[in-house]
Design a binder for this molecule. Structure first.
Ligand SMILES: [Zn+2]
Length: 106
């Protein structure tokens, strides 16, 4: 998952199990972790994690995936902070990530 959703709005906009035969994909299920996982089989479609949510950004993730998401958010944040010039979108992204990291510390 390259851009995991970081709040409810993003999760609701995210399409799961999207492919040629199902171009619209599946809706986000708010009862489950928002992470999109790939099956272990070759060619398996990414689908929404079926574990219980309640951890990580906006409580969207299961315990296991909240760690994965926090790690990737921290890496992106470090990269953005190291950049000389940021575009408007990157500045927004930086602020969003800073909020997430703060929430994690509490
Ligand atoms: Zn999960």
């Amino acid at each position: 998952m390259i851009h995991p959703p970081l709040n409810k709005r993003e999760a609701q906009a995210y399409r799961y199990t999207q492919w040629g035969g199902n171009p619209k994909g599946n809706d986000y299920n708010p009862a489950c972790c928002a992470y999109s996982i790939c099956g272990s089989e070759r060619g398996a479609l990414p689908c929404q994690c079926s574990r219980k949510h309640g951890h990580g950004p906006a409580g969207l993730y299961c315990k296991q995936h909240s760690r994965v998401v926090a790690d990737s958010a921290a890496r992106t944040l470090a990269w953005l902070r190291g950049k000389q010039k940021l575009t408007a979108d990157e500045k927004k992204e930086l602020q969003k990530l800073e909020k997430i990291i703060e929430v994690k510390k509490v």
